[in-house]
Design a protein around this ligand. Structure first.
Ligand SMILES: [Zn+2]
Ligand SMILES: [Zn+2]
Length: 255
């Protein structure tokens, strides 16, 4: 198990009542129009129905409710016929402030935050360990609590959604577990690290292919990566993809 560098950052979590200094109550009192204008819009129509909807989210997600601010405000808009989501800027501060003002939700929030302090999850792809409190809200919202996998692996997994199967899953897992290991390019022979190019894409006509994709099947450095996909058009013999067909295991998708 490898522990992520992020572990030391739990104090800066998106989720505790320290988030955005909510517990100081600044949002309720600020005269800064950036915030006060939205607050007035919400105050005008906010009622016990809103508190109840907010409470449901606290009960369901505990300290992670802030990841669902958009869903909460949409539920409230649906119930009240309001347009808070559209018109009340920074409504997420309002929701968090309100959650801290109501005794019941404040208790749930603080208890849940404390309960999650030491909670770690291990990504099944890269096998890195992450504090759940450090998860990006989008990851919590879309991948659950704790998330099914980490944010970086999610960027990778999502690319291959259209042809995802157990074989691709295994290849992604093997690749992400060795992402920071030195590799040797099967085309040019130079060594490279894949971790520096997780977000590198190349365009091939109207198509975009990420640098990791060919590496699901064999070792191709970021420099040779474009040559591989230009196989049918140009390039020297040594960058020809056909060289790699010699291996019976190799199969490349439509890319
Ligand atoms: Zn991961
Ligand atoms: Zn190369």
């Amino acid at each position: 198990m490898r522990l992520s560098l992020q572990q030391g950052l739990a104090q800066m979590s998106y989720y505790g009542p320290d988030f955005a200094d909510i517990k100081t109550g600044w949002y309720r009192n600020t005269s800064d129009e950036n915030y006060a204008a939205g607050r007035r819009i919400l105050d005008k129509n906010w009622n016990t129905v809103c508190d109840e909807i907010l409470t449901v989210y606290l009960e369901r997600y505990g300290t992670f409710f802030t990841a669902f601010s958009e869903d909460i405000v949409r539920d409230i808009d649906t119930a009240l016929g309001t347009s808070f989501e559209k018109n009340a800027r920074y409504y997420e501060y309002y929701l968090a402030t309100r959650a801290y003002e109501i005794e019941k939700t404040r208790r749930i929030w603080i208890d849940s935050y404390n309960d999650n302090q030491d909670r770690i999850y291990i990504c099944p792809y890269c096998e890195n360990a992450f504090p759940v409190l450090d998860c990006h809200p989008n990851v919590i919202r879309t991948l659950g609590i704790p998330p099914t996998h980490c944010r970086t692996c999610d960027y990778v997994v999502r690319r291959y959604r259209d042809f995802w199967d157990s074989d691709v899953k295994r290849r992604v897992r093997d690749m992400m577990r060795s992402i920071d290991e030195l590799r040797s390019c099967e085309i040019c022979g130079h060594t490279y690290f894949l971790k520096d190019d997780i977000f590198t894409y190349g365009s091939f006509g109207k198509r975009f292919v990420d640098c990791l994709y060919p590496n699901l099947f064999f070792n191709v450095c970021p420099k040779c990566f474009k040559g591989v996909f230009n196989d049918y058009k140009r390039g020297s013999a040594r960058t020809k993809l056909s060289r790699l067909y010699a291996s019976p295991d190799v199969s490349v998708g439509s890319g």
